[in-house]
Design a protein around this ligand. Structure first.
Ligand code: KG4
Ligand code: ZN
Length: 343
């Protein structure tokens, strides 16, 4: 893609789940500000995200978060070229807050409105710190709601090769964490506890799906962990939580890395990226690093702050959409089950 003659500034807005976020991104690659107001402490009380509470908090926070993002970037709304906003997938009430806010700004300031797919945002987070990264590449998307292997054939062009048949990886992390009493959100807590455990202590299953070598299934391993814990309790044996965490994490990362390498080889991709909240998992990063090194592939993953939900990634994806001519009208709506590549 040709670089524009003048700098292009995108205001990104994200409110699909439990983070209210705004960011200013210059020319699709430089993050001038990245403000995130997390609701985690609030939802912890309930062991997971409560949609109604999330929507209300977004309404309370969104104006302040946008003001901070503009201030930190030392720009005003007049300097912005377009507003990019997540319009799906996610919680409908939460998404609506961001979409309505973006429309109001665009209407008042006569700016173009660009709707962005949340997961395409996660993939685009890789462009921030890897200035040389350009499509085509293979991306493993691992978040709280998604597990996909996609070919990024060009900016904004995604081809799904594999997907989960049941639970997303992040969901499995969160459920296993709850079972061993770690609380919400489970992923980072399992990551930390696993460092003290033996990853070979317990043999958890690595699911294979007949006739679909690139698809995933994580509901079996989640049940296997719960059965293991129940079994120990019935036999009066103590459960070593760190070993459970490490063994579960190893089983999951083994499958993720194996299938990613399989697709990379099959589709002749020399560059691999990881995206989404679980991409900040230290064991996954390490295992993928080793596998890519062995095969001579280049690996890209964002810093943890750009892996979990943020608006910088929406600004980046929005930039490429904006440059490709994508413009949404005042009828842009929240689409809770928006598919990758759907416009
Ligand atoms: O991408 P994300 O912030 O939100 C969604 O779009 O879903 O992902 C959140 C998920 C949660 O399930 C969380 O437990 C998981 O990412 N996660 C992790 C880690 N950090 C966040 N999972 C494993 N290890 C981590 N370090
Ligand atoms: Zn996300």
């Amino acid at each position: 893609m040709n670089k524009p003659e003048k700098d292009v500034l995108i205001l990104g807005i994200e409110s699909s789940c439990d983070e209210t976020a705004a960011a200013v991104v210059k020319n699709g690659r430089e993050v001038l500000s990245n403000v995130i107001s997390s609701q985690i402490e609030l939802h912890k009380l309930y062991g997971g995200v409560v949609p109604e509470i999330a929507s209300r908090k977004h309404i309370e926070k969104i104006n302040q978060v946008i003001e901070e993002a503009l201030e930190e970037a030392s720009v005003t709304l007049d300097d912005i070229d377009a507003v990019a906003v997540t319009y799906g997938p996610g919680l409908v009430g939460a998404l609506l807050v961001g979409v309505a806010e973006a429309k109001a700004i665009c209407y008042a300031k006569k700016k173009p409105l660009v709707g962005v797919h949340h997961i395409e945002g996660h993939v685009s987070a890789n462009y921030i710190e890897h200035k040389d990264l350009e499509p085509p590449f293979l991306c493993l998307i691992v978040s709280g709601g998604h597990t996909h292997l996609v070919l990024v054939n060009d900016y904004g062009e995604y081809q799904i090769i594999g997907r989960t048949r049941d639970d997303a990886v992040g969901e499995a992390f969160d459920k296993v964490a709850r079972a061993i009493g770690l609380g919400y959100p489970g992923g980072p807590k399992i990551d930390k506890l696993a460092k003290e455990g033996n990853s070979n202590a317990i043999k958890f299953p690595r699911a294979k799906i007949e006739g679909a070598p690139y698809d995933f299934s994580f509901s079996g391993i989640k049940s296997a962990v719960l059965n293991y814990i129940n079994g120990c309790q019935m036999k009066g044996e103590t459960v070593v939580e760190a070993d459970v965490a490490a063994s579960f994490q190893k089983a999951v990362t083994d499958v993720l890395v194996e299938k990613t390498m399989l697709v990379a080889k099959e589709y002749n991709m020399k560059t691999v990226a990881i995206a989404g909240g679980v991409a900040s998992n230290s064991a996954l990063r390490q295992a993928m690093e080793e596998a890519c090194k062995k095969e001579g592939y280049t690996l890209s993953y964002p810093s943890p702050i750009f892996c979990t939900d943020n608006a910088a990634m929406i600004g980046v994806a929005g930039y490429y959409e904006y440059m490709a001519g994508t413009r949404h009208g005042w009828d842009l709506n929240a689409v809770p089950n928006l598919k990758i590549g759907q416009r």
